[in-house]
Design a protein around this ligand. Sequence first.
Ligand code: ADP
Ligand code: MG
Length: 498
Amino acid sequence: MGKVAVVFAAAAVVAACSVAAVMVGRRMKSRRKWRTVVEILKELEEACDTPVGRLRQVVDAMAVEMHAGLASEGGSKLKMLLTFVDDLPNGTEKGTYYALHLGGTYFRILRVHLGGERSYLDVQDVERHPIPSHLMNSTSEVLFNFLAFSLERFIEKEGNGSNSQGVKRELAFTFSFPVKHTSISSGVLIKWTKGFEISEMVGNDIAECLQGALNRRGLNMHVAALVNDTVGALSLGYYHDPDTVVAVVFGTGSNACYLERTDAIIKCQGLLTTSGCMVVNMEWGNFWSSHLPRTSYDIDLDAESSNSNDMGFEKMIAGMYLGDIVRRVILRMSQESDIFGPSSSVLSEPYVLRTNSVSAMHEDDTSELQEVARILKDLGVSDVPLKVRKVVVKVCDVVTRRAGRLAAAGIAGILKKIGRDGSGGITSGRSRNEVQMQKRTVVAVEGGLYMNYTMFRESMEEALVEILGEEVSQYVIVKAMEDGSSIGSALLVASLQS
Ligand code: ADP
Ligand code: MG
């Protein structure tokens, strides 16, 4: 071999080696990045872990906090609010009634016609619209004028001059925010949640605000009851099945109410009702316990929210927040590794990933996870390999399973408080030997998250059986109540008239 040829050969070897070295280096780097992603996922799984032992601690904490909230005003983060609802609709109601429901994302209007028998419940003209986002931080006047205007349009559609002054319509106002009631038809807003911020309304009577707006429009409608959405769901549940004693909503936010004995509401001594009971609105979104599995993502979400240090439980289990927890995990993965490609500014936007998209990704059953790819593309993350899309699905699973399981612990906590969990309640004082009859107990559930996100619903129902055990679970029936909050509130107004 000539001298020149030797030089060329040597150079070729050096070049080949350096190409190989670069490739090996890249592969190592890519492996390291992949390892980072796997570690973030593992850390998330550990932090969100909810073995049944931990859930039982949450159950106990919920029952204890319920007691504390009933014992004294401000005794717990659970407000345990009086609703002044002591009798629930029983099926004998008659007539036509209306409901207007301001939820967290939607407002709904409907009419029910009742024929005096349980089987004769005719729900008519259900209208459901997204709440225009500018209303969430507008003024009281703008918000209520809008609601009154929407009601007017609804009534106009009934036709035949039915807006005539002679016909007075009885209306339920279903209001999904914490209210301190002074009667069934009046109460003041305690605080906003779920991103609403109209500060001037805090402390004002909500029913009065709506009645004023209706009067200004000349609508002959009477706000006969101001009803928390959970109480509406309980009313519909009870109407169909009198074993219904608990209602829970999993929508944009989350809350629960239940039927309590008045003598257990210690903070209101001397409270007398004909039934000896009253529905208590727990406002359980604000529940907190050190046993809740909290992650750095929850801490950051809370700190950056408009209501930080508030609604800690809601922020782990409700529809408004699950998407943002998932987004935060994906964002961290993309920042600490480049497997999601160049950084996306969209992914940094709070609440850009909705829980609807989380369920669409979680329930994507295409072999290539095309729905996941599509949603990631909308977030400015394109062309991620299949294994990364699988990681995203896993993140959705971890966050939603935790939510469903904690929701189940919350429900079991209520059952424990009222002695329906098979243990006799925490202060029942019954002897261990006493044979206890487990009563059939129906839990009415509603809300977009529960109705539409199968994996959430299944995680919740599975965990409830795990916590209560097979035997007791047979007596606990979870019933879905589509539009229960609104329909039930109208039924409640009907029961007030009869
Ligand atoms: P509101 O909270 O206004 O009363 P809903 O009870 O209908 O309204 O709940 C709406 C919320 O439910 C949405 O904001 C979303 O968080 C959740 N949701 C609705 N559809 C789905 C879905 N397909 N998958 C997951 N979550 C959903
Ligand atoms: Mg709702």
